[in-house]
Design a protein around this ligand. Structure first.
Ligand SMILES: [Cu+2]
Length: 297
C-alpha cells in the first residue's frame, strides 16, 4: 500500500495563474512539515501559513496581475488526490499581506470568503470538492504592486460543536496555506490592518458552531472583505487604521524553533472521535443524513 497518512486533511499543492497550473509547490510557502494537519488553536503562530515563521527566503514569487483571477489548488495528500474529505464541511477564505512583513503585525486583509448557502445546503467545502480542490479568488485591482503572501484557508467544522480545548478533539480545524505572489499593476492602495493570529477567537460564532443542529445561519469568521477604494494610499505602516499597535518596518520575523511538539494535532485524527476524518462509507452515510438536518429549518 501507499504510505498515505490516514490523518490526511488538506493543503495547497499548486497554484494556477491565467489558466496555467504551475508545478507542485511552486510559489507556495511550505507547510511546517510537509503535512496537512489542521491547526486548531486560533492563537497559534501556525495560523499564519501553517508555519510559525514563513520561509520566504529562496522561495519564488509568481507574477500576478492586479485584478486578475488566481486559483489555489487544495488536495488531501498530493496534487492528484481528492480535495478533502466530504465530512469536512465549512467555509473557505483568503487573505493577503505584503510579504515584507513576513505576515507579522496588523498587515492582513481579507479578499475572499464563501460560507454556507442554505438554499442549496452547500458549504464552500462542497463546492471545493466539486471543483477538484480549485479555489478561485480575484486579486484586488487597486492594491499597490509588490510581493504579497496570499493566504488561502479552509475551515472544517465537524468538531466545532465544542470549543477548542474542551476536549482533545474539540474545535474547528483550520487549513491555511500561503501562496507567494508578486502583484503587477499600477494601484496605490495599501490595505492591511489585521493580525494573524488575531483575526479569530475560539468563541466566534463561525468557529464555535454546531454543524449538526440544523442551524442554517452561518456567520463567516474574520473581518469584512476589503472593498477596493477604501484603503489609504502610501506607506503600509504609517497610514493604516486598526485597533492594534502599528507595526513599523522592517519587521523581523521571529526565529522560533520548529515546533516538534505538535501535541494533539498529530493525534487528532488517530483518535476514535476523529473517525469523522475517515472516508468509510458508513461514516459518509452518517454525515449525509446528519447534514440533512440543515434542510429542516
Ligand atoms: Cu480533519
Amino acid at each position: 500500500m501507499f504510505a498515505v497518512p490516514i490523518w490526511a486533511h488538506t493543503y495547497m499543492t499548486n497554484v494556477s495563474i491565467e489558466g496555467e497550473k504551475l508545478e507542485e509547490g511552486k510559489c507556495i510557502v511550505p507547510p511546517w512539515s510537509n503535512e496537512n494537519f489542521p491547526e486548531k488553536d486560533v492563537t497559534s503562530k501556525n495560523m499564519l501559513c501553517r508555519s510559525e515563521s514563513p520561509q520566504l527566503n529562496g522561495g519564488t514569487f509568481c507574477d500576478v496581475n492586479a485584478g486578475s483571477k488566481f486559483v489555489m489548488h487544495f488536495h488531501e495528500s498530493g496534487p492528484t488526490d481528492r480535495a478533502i474529505s466530504d465530512s469536512h464541511k465549512g467555509p473557505c477564505l483568503a487573505y493577503m499581506a505584503k510579504a515584507e512583513s513576513n505576515g507579522d503585525g496588523n498587515v492582513w486583509f481579507k479578499i475572499y470568503e464563501d460560507g454556507y448557502d442554505a438554499s442549496s445546503d452547500t458549504w464552500c467545502v462542497d463546492t471545493l470538492i466539486k471543483n477538484d480542490g480549485a479555489l478561485e479568488v480575484t486579486i484586488p485591482a487597486d492594491i499597490s504592486p509588490g510581493k504579497y503572501l496570499l493566504r488561502g484557508e479552509i475551515i472544517a467544522l465537524h468538531e466545532a460543536d465544542r470549543v477548542y480545548g474542551e476536549d482533545k478533539d474539540a474545535g474547528a480545524e483550520f487549513f491555511p496555506s500561503c501562496a507567494m505572489i508578486n502583484v503587477v499593476g499600477t494601484g496605490t492602495a495599501n490595505p492591511g490592518q489585521y493580525a494573524i493570529p488575531g483575526i479569530y477567537d475560539k468563541n466566534d460564532p463561525g468557529i464555535f458552531f454546531n454543524l449538526w443542529d440544523g442551524d442554517t445561519n452561518y456567520i463567516i469568521p474574520g473581518p469584512a472583505i476589503y472593498t477596493p477604494g477604501t484603503a489609504p494610499a502610501g506607506s503600509v505602516n504609517t497610514t493604516k487604521v486598526g485597533t492594534g499597535p502599528v507595526v513599523s518596518s522592517p519587521v523581523v520575523a521571529p526565529s522560533l524553533p520548529v515546533n516538534s511538539n505538535s501535541g494533539g494535532k498529530s493525534k487528532a485524527c488517530l483518535s476514535k472521535r476523529h473517525k469523522k476524518c475517515s472516508s468509510s462509507s458508513s461514516s459518509r452515510k452518517k454525515k449525509r443524513s446528519r447534514s440533512k438536518k440543515h434542510q429542516r429549518t
